[in-house]
Design a protein around this ligand. Sequence first.
Ligand SMILES: *Cc1c(COP(=O)(O)O)cnc(C)c1O
Length: 430
Amino acid sequence: MSFPPSVDKLARSIEHHDLPWPILVEVAQEAIATDQVDDIEVLATKRYRQLLNPVLNGTGVLLHTNMGRAPLALNQTASFSNLEIDVETGQRGSRQKTIGNLLATACGAEAAMAVNNCASALMLALGALANGQKVAVSRGELVEIGGGFRVPDVMRQSGAELIEVGTTNRTRLRDYQKAVDGDAAALALKVHQSNYSIVGFTEEVSIRELSSLDIPVIADIGSGLLDSTCPWLPNIKPPAWLENEPAARQTLEAGADLVLFSGDKLFGGPQAGILAGSAELIAACAAHPLARATRPGSLVLHALQTTTLSYLNRDGQAIEFWRMATIDPQTIQQRATAVVGSLRAGNPDSQIEVISTESVPGGGTLPTVTIPSVGVKISGDLSRELRAQPTPLIARVVDNATIVDLRTIHPDADQQLIASLSAALSQSVS
Ligand SMILES: *Cc1c(COP(=O)(O)O)cnc(C)c1O
């Protein structure tokens, strides 16, 4: 009878994988427990590939929640920063002050602050401004945002009492007025229907109408479009697909007292939540204990600052999301033609072609919108082989054909794309 190999010996046999010793030990234990000692190389590789790493997004979904929504620069050298020190005076400063000012200017607001995501922005705003009070929300806007995050639950957690107004498809100003007069609602919350749309016999109350009520109005616009005129795209008309999408600046101009949005949706920055609006309400939010529990760290604030400065410089091309979103299809067509030419040369037996396709904004935004794009289509399902490449490539499979939309792949990665597709093609035939 043979003894099981020692954990130590097995772990040492996979030391060439770039993983720390305690993880190698875990892999060895797993191999023994699951009777996969012979496949320990596979297990170690699998474990290494679970680490956070860049991937190529060939899906055409610009904000892919499973790939981190907006693309983000990943490398930074270690350094201290003036996160909470005023370099003029040497005194302790506020991490919210500079980013708050930049965001306020970008949104046309009196004041702003940043938290970890839009969910925490909503939680904080309700906790700080409506604890123990009644908040009027339209029945058409009692949404689940995703991952089980539901507006009525958030409301309960924040200590606010939900007053439902109107009906699922139609809500009028007088419904809100009744909540103010009859139920003493202290706040009105309007939630953008980001990830669904109600069509047909519908009616909703605009922010402008809501602002005629005698109570503060908070707008959760979620998707984070900063300004519907897109001044950061100086030579490009605002994309048609943005029509009807609420924007922070215009929502505030229309009379909202506070607007909330995500940092990593149409804003194109890191995961963050932004609150912008009246100085008094922002101060109340900043003073609430939840502000500390939801405050971003310097990595996020740095990335948020970089993104906001690009907006203020009207340099949309420096924001990767906007660069991708606004490339014209002809440019993508040229790249696709080059990629296909190169692949065909090495794979004369495969069916490889340039196709018109449609990208989508994604990230739980603009559910009905598509953006014309161009892709590479290869017959057969190569998705597994493509995911297995050194830099995994995530592609779409439609009718047993693999489609890679080039809009969501950076042009600098085209050679890498060709290499990955070639490798996947040869692996799929072998
Ligand atoms: C996406 C979204 C949220 C949640 O934003 P996170 O930044 O993911 O927390 C909240 N409200 C609306 C309307 C949204 O669209």
